[in-house]
Design a protein. Structure first.
Ligand SMILES: Cc1cc2nc3c(=O)[nH]c(=O)nc-3n(C[C@H](O)[C@H](O)[C@H](O)COP(=O)(O)O)c2cc1C
Length: 180
């Protein structure tokens, strides 16, 4: 029997959060253990209940309601084997690139030691912004993995590079990083 592989799936505040429900479901159906961590803004797009049901695990949205003595971000970082953030906002990219830890997801991000996969999703003007591109370069230089963003039509009506990769594509990148 193959050992259970622990993935922490971060969800940030973009319209593509609804596509991550499919990704979460795909991971669970294929035997991964999935712990979802959502930003407060992500919860404006999809409810934690959706991800709780699909992941079969309570969703973490805050650092402050842990039941255990060990801070949740520390306990989670110890067991996570792959950290994936999909969708990944411009805001999260900026925080992660600069070591900012001001909510559950960004605090977790600076605590973990496993491989990281980011699936950015944003308006093409945001993706092209030099500050965002600087952050992407910084993260790539630290061996952070990316899938997408893809070129096409984004939800806000614009065309260009910014669409989140499809869940199947992110899933394939996860498999590769997980060595499955
Ligand atoms: C309708 C709507 C859609 C949004 N979509 C995105 C998006 O796709 N990508 C992005 O980077 N920001 C998007 N934003 C802006 C983010 O939600 C905002 O920057 C927020 O601070 C991100 O917080 P978080 O990274 O903590 O989730 C959107 C905002 C709104 C109101």
């Amino acid at each position: 029997m193959t050992e259970i592989f622990h993935i922490t799936l971060g969800i940030t505040g973009g319209i593509a959060a609804c596509k991550s429900a499919e990704l979460c479901s795909m991971l669970v159906k294929n035997g991964f253990s999935v712990q979802v961590v959502m930003t407060e803004n992500a919860a404006r797009f999809v409810t934690p209940l959706t991800f709780q049901t699909l992941s079969r695990n309570p969703v973490i949205t805050s650092l402050w309601d842990a039941a255990d003595w060990k801070p949740e971000h520390v306990a989670l970082a110890e067991k996570t084997q792959l950290f994936a953030v999909a969708p990944c906002t411009a805001n999260f990219l900026g925080k992660f690139a600069n070591g900012i830890a001001d909510d559950a997801l960004s605090t977790f991000a600076v605590t973990m030691r496993c491989p990281v996969l980011l699936a950015p999703a944003m308006n093409p003007a945001m993706w092209a912004n030099p500050a965002v591109q600087d952050n992407v370069r910084k993260l790539r230089a630290r061996d952070i993995h990316f899938t997408g963003p893809e070129s096409g039509h984004v939800a806000c009506g614009a065309d260009g590079i910014g669409r989140m990769s499809e869940p199947e594509r992110i899933y394939e990148a996860v498999l590769q990083l997980a060595g499955r």
